[in-house]
Design a protein around this ligand. Structure first.
Ligand code: NAG
Ligand code: NAG
Ligand code: NAG
Ligand code: NAG
Length: 538
């Protein structure tokens, strides 16, 4: 059947237990780093084209009585300008390469600065790290392990290489990072999400604290005597996830994803948290709230008024004033008081009520355009039970019967304000033809019947409720009837045959008292529909 397309699927030929990925929005190529292998996967209608670049490395320096280590787990794949930087664990002594033309590995080249590979990739894949690029510079965050402190660094590029001071982070375990855009380039920031772990916490104390750390991308470090190779814009905040200020708090942030506008500091952050008993929840935060806290909050342990500009704000380094007493004072304030007093609380004060009791293991967020031309956040949640849930998150007061989503089989849960969407069948979508309905007229919508073995039904706004044909033959016609809301909205004609469901045609009805039937006819495309619709209009 034409509408039953085989999904493009790539099967790994060997188990890959630790993978890193890179995907540039708008392209159909996915870069996957595995064990001693880079997979360059191009997804097309006709299947997946894969290129595999091998990177087997053995650590010959390993003493003979220990096993020869040949593991090179690829932990970093990032695009910098036009080339790819690839780093791997390289048998316990990390190393980086450039991937040229998707096929050739060369040594790292290019002007500018480069940090040792051990600051970009961890030596073992179980040590969580993350990396991202901004303006051709690479930023790397390394989680703490054993006695290693963990850090946030600028590790490659034309800008100065910078790091966090060790005392700023307490055994961080990184959960995510995102560039926070701004209409003014100088205000651009990067947020890092992590949990801190207090090793000396008493048994009756919560050892984890969820955090947001932020730096400005214009940061060029301090002066020779103070923060010479460190961030001068690092600040961190406590993130709470729980109901109000009750004891029931989720303090271990496992994963964080951010959805922002292209060039504005608006958006939403979703965090996946767990508590001491391993129960998982999702909390949502407003980027505006976080931004406001960083730019207005008092700093913990610092009560004197600020002189001149506020410490830690994004600004280009001015060599003429770098050593001025005010600047030196501000550098000292940030060095010793990088934590803000304000606590970041979730929107709606509590975790999202999810339509599952399963424990969540993965969370991904995306923005989707619904048929009503509104943008909605959609969360994809992986669970311990092997399910993938798709949840629409909305904070507005939605139409009570059903929200307008492009997805089929949606269900509206009034209490929780979510949509539950069942696994999607491959559907052929049509774009709705606009029909302006003159005041006080009835409209009939025709749907051509192509197969007499199929069942034809009408759906409004993708609701689960559907409406039968008023009469059928060559066309399944939807018309005014009791319980048929032929009001404004999108009406889709769905044909079901052998368990497959396809969308045949769709109309968007709009009320307009001023328009005549003739203008309706002119908005329709196909001639067969034009003739019919004119006929059905009274
Ligand atoms: C990459 O491809 C270009 C164009 O085909 C070629 O000129 C260049 O030599 C290739 N680079 C490497 C390192 O193979
Ligand atoms: C990337 O491009 C920028 C701007 O063109 C340039 O300043 C920088 O040196 C380039 N970085 C590398 C690693 O080539
Ligand atoms: C860790 O917990 C111990 C015990 O409560 C406390 O004394 C110490 O200050 C905590 N460390 C930090 C960095 O908060
Ligand atoms: C709308 O149609 C109804 C039924 O045909 C009629 O009773 C009513 O007067 C009409 N209203 C207007 C404003 O034309």
């Amino acid at each position: 059947k034409q509408f039953h397309m085989k999904p493009s699927r790539f099967h790994f030929t060997k188990p890959e237990n630790f993978i890193s990925m890179y995907h540039q929005e708008g392209t159909d190529t996915l870069y996957v780093g595995g064990q001693a292998m880079i997979y360059v996967l191009s997804f097309t209608d006709r299947g997946v084209r894969d290129l595999q670049v091998g990177l087997v490395i053995c650590n010959t320096a390993t003493s003979w009585w220990r096993c020869l280590e040949c593991d090179n787990f690829i932990t970093v794949i990032q695009k910098l300008n036009d080339t790819f930087m690839v780093c791997g664990t390289n048998a316990g002594s990390p190393r980086c390469w450039m991937l040229v033309n998707d096929t050739v590995l060369t040594d790292v080249q290019g002007g500018g600065h480069i940090a040792p590979a051990s600051e970009i990739s961890p030596p073992y894949p179980s040590q969580k790290s993350l990396s991202l690029t901004a303006d051709g510079n690479l930023y790397s965050a390394m989680s703490s392990v054993g006695s290693l402190a963990g850090s946030i660094r600028r590790t490659f590029g034309s800008q100065k290489l910078l790091k966090t001071e060790n005392i700023w982070l307490l055994n961080p375990q990184f959960a995510g990072a995102a560039i926070i855009p701004s209409s003014e380039k100088v205000q651009e920031e990067i947020y890092f999400f992590f949990s801190e772990f207090n090793k000396t916490a008493r048994v009756d104390e919560e050892p984890y604290r969820a955090r947001i750390g932020r730096i400005c991308t214009v940061d060029e470090g301090g002066i020779r005597a103070l923060l010479a190779d460190s961030w001068t814009t690092f600040m961190k905040a406590r993130v709470m996830c729980g109901a109000g200020s009750t004891q029931q708090q989720y303090n271990n942030m496992k994963q964080a994803v951010v959805l922002t506008a292209q060039d504005k500091r608006t958006g939403i952050m979703y965090g996946l948290f767990s508590n001491a008993w391993g129960k998982t929840v999702i909390c949502a935060y407003s980027i505006e709230d976080i931004d406001r806290a960083f730019s207005t909050s008092k700093l913990k342990g610092y009560s004197s008024p600020f002189i001149g500009s506020r410490p830690g704000m994004c600004a280009r380094k001015n060599p003429a004033t770098a050593e001025s007493p005010n600047n030196i004072k501000n550098l000292g304030v940030i060095r010793y008081h990088p934590e803000i007093e304000d606590v970041i609380r979730p929107v709606g004060v509590a975790p999202l009520e999810l339509p599952t009791d399963d424990q969540i293991t993965h969370a991904v967020a995306d923005v989707t355009l619904a048929v009503n031309d509104e943008h909605y956040s959609v969360l994809y949640l992986g669970t311990e039970q092997g399910k993938v849930l798709k949840v629409l998150h909305t904070t507005t007061s939605c139409p009570p019967e059903c929200i307008l989503s492009r997805d089929p089989y949606c269900g509206w849960d009034k209490k929780n304000h979510y949509f539950l969407l069942s696994p999607a069948l491959k559907l052929r979508k049509t774009s709705p033809r606009e029909v302006v309905v003159p005041f006080n007229t009835s409209v009939f919508l025709p749907c051509p019947v192509r197969s007499f073995h199929a069942t034809y039904r009408w759906e409004k706004d993708n609701c689960v409720l559907n409406y039968p044909c008023l009469f059928s033959g060559d066309f399944c016609v939807l018309g005014p009837a009791v319980d048929t809301p032929l009001k404004e909205g999108v009406f889709r004609c769905m044909a079901t045959e052998d368990g497959f469901k396809v969308e045949v045609i769709s109309f968007r009805l709009k009320n307009d008292g001023g328009l005549l039937a003739a203008s309706l006819a002119s908005t329709l495309g196909l001639s067969v529909l034009l003739a019919l619709t004119t006929l059905w209009l009274h």
